[in-house]
Design a protein. Structure first.
Lengths: 258, 567
């Protein structure tokens, strides 16, 4: 009987040992708490970019999508012959410098979506403090380009009060809200936009303002026939990003599109 | 408002975090929560197992199942105490080590916590009635009433689980209108309970508990088998081990689908949380999970294949086993292929992307979904061969029926492969939808083939009785590995679920500002999980030993007791 007991204990301990050993042999990654960047106003571009690299592969989790060539554009390696992100960022959006474009992509990811990809990127400025977002911009610029983020940018970001105005600067202008939310990245409206999601040009003839508001707040509540395979693509965050007045203004505006 | 002011005052005057010697506050809460959860799964899974076994005993008039149900219910008596003790330890640790967080949670969920405690009371007394009434309410209508008590026991247990799930899912996915500035006293209880992941977790845990209950039951039986002194006893525990394993493996087949729903809800709730879970710092965790599930599939099938040795006539299926083994091994290799790994820029540049240029093609969802669905089909085929082992069908359409079954397997495998390959040529959002077709094909195949098999088995000739007890000892060790692996996997997935909150107690509502806020790497997590599993299995072993000490085994041999339980 003791032999059986020992064998059973041996099997249990052996199995636990193997599982624990394997888990300790693979690369060890701890998810760190975002730390305040302590670089001063005299920090060099290299120091800022190095801080940004930690954010990129740490709390930012950027490598989870960028680099596969399927979920999101490659950033550190070539993207379809256009080079690394630092080399192409200045040519992405007309009128925007590399620095402006990269920060916008972290703060308002749906404002400009690269052709061939879905608007699935989360708002990084909600996940990390502004100075870390700027460090990230510096790191991305360093990938094939020139870093022009300075210590002053970090200092200004760190000392700046949190934007109190909120979504679209607090504006209740439906057109500003549509632009900020990036609705046209998927929807067609008044002849502009994409056809990934239902055309909103005559949305008021299909839904009243209350139904449109509900759909904005909870996109999964009702999926338009013919677009079932795209269910889940629309961000669910507009309900919390926009104020009640903004949601009402947007819903009324769209309901007027008969 | 007054409560809020009091809470704020308390938060200001009382420390937010306490400290625990040696293992730290996080380690202490981790162990208490995990061991409590394992016992909770045990006391929820085993009554499901017991009540189904009792029903089979009543309706199939087989006393053996009734004895099985009673034997497990006896183990529950001690296990309930252990669950309550670990629950109390958890509450004490949370209230003293995570004071601010606990105050918040009790403010939002207070009334449901009272209900939780009350239900535990009802559950315990229903269990006492169920167990101690077994001998008294054994026949006729009284037996049905007794069985109803078993159902009631499960109802209480399930409600208890639903309540506890609401607390932990709220921590993961609090309703979107709740933010860090929301006064917790203004949050409506039902609003907090019915959060985005509550129902997916409920379903996932319910199924997982059946798997867990079956696996622990099988491990218990295998120990008793190895310790048995007579052939009769060995036969009984061999049979019990088979039933436990069958229940665990059957429920395991459904579990990935519930997990898929949960994952989808997490993605829909917050894309960044989903990405952290699947592709961020936790990406290696899924490779380990794939390895563990491969162990489960291989050990479960191995047990079935060895079991064919005690079934006269099953030797005709033996030549096919090697092909099933090939499918399972290849499937496990594909499923375990890493894909999205966090790497530094030099590593990324060396690979030309964040995945290996050759293996990366096997690490994507299309390949993995295909692999796991084929593994499920292979396991089902193993079970089908086992079931048919000693049967010779006598229905005139047996040959046609078998051909139809074969065609169903081929069609299901074809659909799985077709969508698996096509997934490489479409966009991600379309590819995700393909998994539904793959899963649908496999489930439809399992359902239709089972129905046809059941109809064909009517009036089938027996080539010979199953020789229960004639199993080599190594088969029983496979059952132990299954139980340890299920338990360890439960700990790992608990870490994944809890870890995706990262440095938040409550996602984007209450930040963890303690020195343990960083989510540890898998190495540390694995040591904690192994420690928890060791504590749990050690205590369960003690419970089993007590069960044997208190009363002799209830195994029933033909002729010793009436066969018609409940009639």
């Amino acid at each position: 009987m003791w032999a059986t007991n020992l064998k059973v204990i041996g099997v249990v301990l052996g199995t636990l040992f193997v599982y624990t050993l394997i888990c300790n042999k693979i690369p060890q990654m701890q998810s760190e708490v975002p730390q305040k960047i302590t670089l001063g106003p005299n920090a060099t571009p290299e120091q800022i970019a190095a801080a940004g690299e930690k954010v990129f592969s740490g709390v930012g989790g950027c490598g989870a999508c960028h680099g596969l060539g399927t979920r999101a554009p490659n950033l550190l390696t070539d993207e379809k012959g256009t080079g690394q992100i630092g080399a192409r960022c200045g040519k992405r959006e007309p009128g925007k410098t590399c620095k402006q474009y990269l920060f916008e992509s972290l703060d308002q990811p749906t404002a400009y979506v690269v052709s061939g990809y879905q608007p699935i990127m989360p708002r990084i400025t909600k996940l990390v403090p502004p100075e870390q977002a700027w460090a990230l911009v510096a790191y991305l610029e360093s990938q094939g380009g020139t870093v022009d983020v300075t210590g002053a940018d970090l200092g200004a970001a760190a000392s700046a009060p949190a934007p109190a105005a909120g979504f679209a600067g607090g504006s209740t202008d439906p057109k500003a809200l549509i632009k900020e939310a990036g609705c046209r990245n998927c929807h067609m409206l008044d002849g502009e936009g994409q056809t990934i999601a239902p055309d909103l040009t005559h949305v008021g003839s299909r839904r009243d303002a209350a139904a449109i508001r509900k759909k904005i707040v909870d996109p999964a509540s009702d999926v338009t026939k013919g677009f079932e395979s795209f269910a889940g693509v629309m961000p669910k965050t507009f309900g919390t990003d926009m104020s009640a007045a903004q949601l009402d203004a947007l819903a009324q505006f769209l309901a007027g599109h008969k | 408002m007054t409560t809020h002011l009091l809470l704020s005052a308390a938060a200001d005057s009382v420390r937010s975090y306490g400290e625990f010697p040696v293992i730290g506050a996080r380690g202490a809460v981790w162990i208490a929560a995990q061991v409590h959860l394992m016992f909770a799964a045990f006391v929820l899974g085993v009554p499901m197992f017991a009540v189904v076994a009792e029903a089979i005993g009543i309706f199939a008039k087989d006393a053996k199942y009734d004895g099985l149900a009673k034997e497990f219910t006896r183990l529950l008596l001690v296990a309930y105490s252990a669950t309550a003790i670990w629950g109390a330890i958890l509450v004490f640790l949370l209230s003293t080590l995570y004071t601010r967080f606990w105050a918040y949670l009790t403010t939002v969920f207070g009334p449901s916590m009272w209900l939780y405690a009350g239900l535990f009371f009802f559950e315990s007394f229903t269990l006492y009635l169920y167990y101690y009434g077994w001998g008294r309410w054994k026949y006729g209508r009284a037996k049905i009433v007794h069985w109803t008590l078993g159902i009631l026991l499960n109802v209480w247990g399930t409600i208890v689980m639903l309540i506890a799930n609401s607390w932990l899912t709220y921590m993961m996915t609090p309703p979107r209108d709740i933010s860090s500035t929301t006064d917790p006293t203004t949050i409506k209880l039902w609003h907090a309970i019915s959060n985005a992941t509550w129902m997916p977790i409920n379903i996932h845990r319910l199924i997982a508990n059946v798997v867990f209950g079956g696996a622990i039951a099988a491990a218990y039986a295998s120990y008793r088998f190895l310790a048995a002194k007579t052939d009769e006893e060995r036969a009984y525990y061999d049979w019990m081990g088979y039933v436990g394993n069958f229940i665990a493996m059957s429920a395991l087949i459904v579990l990935p689908f519930a997990g898929y729903w949960l994952g989808r809800e997490i993605y829909q709730y917050d894309q960044s949380m989903g990405i952290t879970m699947m592709g961020g710092f936790m990406s290696w965790l899924w490779v380990i999970q794939a390895f563990l599930i491969a162990v489960l599939f291989l050990a479960g099938n191995y047990y079935l294949w060895i079991g064919m040795g005690r079934i006269p006539g099953a030797e005709r299926f033996r030549p096919y086993i090697k092909y099933l083994l090939i499918v399972l091994v290849l499937g496990a290799m594909v499923w375990g292929t890493p894909h999205t790994m966090i790497a530094d820029s030099k590593e990324l540049a060396a690979m030309g992307g964040s995945h290996h240029p050759l293996l990366g093609a096997l690490g994507v969802m299309s390949a993995k979904n295909t692999a796991v669905n084929l593994m499920i089909l292979a396991t089902f085929l193993s079970f089908l061969m086992y079931r048919r082992g000693n049967k010779e069908f006598t229905v005139p359409w047996a040959s046609t029926g078998t051909k139809i079954q074969g065609a169903m397997f081929v069609i299901a495998a074809g659909i799985v492969l077709f969508y698996g390959i096509r997934g490489y040529f479409v966009e991600a959002i379309v590819r995700i939808g393909f998994s539904v077709y793959q899963v649908g094909a496999v489930l439809a195949c399992i359902l239709c083939v089972t129905v046809i098999d059941t109809m064909m088995a009517r009036g089938a000739k027996s080539v010979g009785e199953i020789q229960w007890g004639k199993m080599p000892a190594r088969s029983q060790y496979a059952l132990f590995i299954l139980a340890v692996t299920f338990t360890w996997l439960m700990g790992l997935m608990g870490f994944a679920r809890s870890g995706i909150r990262q440095y938040w107690h409550i996602w984007q509502v209450m930040e963890d500002t303690s020195k343990y806020a960083a989510t540890p790497a898998l190495g540390y997590a694995s040591r904690m999980i192994s420690l928890c599993v060791l504590i749990f299995l050690g205590l369960v072993g003690f419970v089993f030993w007590l069960g044997g000490l208190a009363e002799k085994s209830t195994f029933v041999s033909p002729g010793k007791e009436g066969q018609n339980v409940g009639h």
